[in-house]
Design a protein around this ligand. Structure first.
Ligand SMILES: C[S@@+](CC[C@H](N)C(=O)[O-])C[C@H]1O[C@@H](n2cnc3c(N)ncnc32)[C@H](O)[C@@H]1O
Length: 261
């Protein structure tokens, strides 16, 4: 799994993803994902036997491998410091219309290549009450190990689909009645926080398009958006990190105010 080319081939053929850390493994199990195998540091075996006892019992065919920290680091290429690692079967991909059906707030990740950023925006989307995620064909894989981990396993709660054509895939949002809003610093972008931008909160169905780390939202995509919004910044500052910018916009455009627990 440390060889990118090999991993892609293995993923495609066997449909495996890696859940890292016990809370993330737990969330994947709770979401109905089936484990293929577990890998546990020896020092953690006793605790895991308690924390994951139900999973070991439900899936007796999934072997539990173990070893000391050094062996496991050599094997995986990273340090397993948060408990369990599990290889799990990938859930079947969802069609776009299934994700859009019934959704009111959809986040659109265009060409986001960094799994850490993708994981962070998934976590924000779930925490701020958004209902779905649409990925452009080139966007990172939400089930990449780092993305899952940074999302804290919330990726298993957010229905997502990948468009096959881009930016033509945005038409599906239009057809489903979504107002499509591009998050980008453009000439016509409304400043978030102003009454004009705040009015967008009242849209019954709204999709927010966020752009790639380097180039931002593509020009053709921006042309297809109903409105653009931006976070005003002081002179000399080009942009925020996409994860930070997205969190601000998701909050501003969520449309509902979440009750605190
Ligand atoms: C890091 S930016 C891309 C780089 C940016 N085009 C630049 O030239 O600095 C990645 C994405 O983050 C979002 N973003 C970052 N800062 C923003 C801001 N101040 N207002 C609106 N969107 C922003 C946009 O969605 C953008 O496509």
């Amino acid at each position: 799994m440390t060889d990118a080319a090999l991993r892609r081939a293995a993923d495609a053929e066997h449909g495996v993803f890696l859940a890292e850390s016990t809370p993330v493994v737990r969330r994947a199990l709770d979401a109905g994902c089936r484990p293929v195998s577990f890998l546990l540091p020896q020092r953690y075996l006793e605790t895991a036997a308690k924390q994951l006892a139900d999973a070991f019992e439900t899936f007796p065919e999934a072997p539990v491998f173990t070893g000391d920290d050094e062996l496991l680091s050599q094997l995986t290429g990273f340090h397993l410091h948060r408990g369990a690692l599990a290889a799990m079967e990938r859930p079947a991909p969802r069609p776009v219309d299934e994700v859009l059906a019934g959704a009111r707030r959809v986040l659109v990740a265009e060409d986001l290549t960094d799994p850490t950023n993708l994981g962070a925006i998934v976590r924000s989307a779930v925490a701020l009450g958004w209902d779905g995620l649409l990925l452009s064909p080139r966007a990172a894989d939400p089930l990449y190990r780092r993305a899952i981990r940074v999302s804290m396993g919330t990726v298993f709660r957010l229905p997502y689909a990948r468009a096959t054509e881009w930016p033509a895939g945005l038409d599906d949002l239009n057809k489903a009645g979504f107002a499509v809003v591009g998050l980008e610093v453009t000439e016509k972008a409304l400043d978030l926080g102003t009454p004009e931008a705040t009015a967008l909160r009242h849209a019954n169905k709204l999709a927010l398009v966020v752009g790639a780390e380097g180039p931002g939202v593509r020009a053709e995509t921006l042309k297809m958006c109903d409105a653009h919004v931006k976070i005003p910044m002081p002179a000399g500052v080009d942009s925020l990190n996409v994860g930070a910018a997205t969190a601000v916009a998701l909050w501003e455009l969520a449309g509902i105010r979440l009750a605190s627990r």
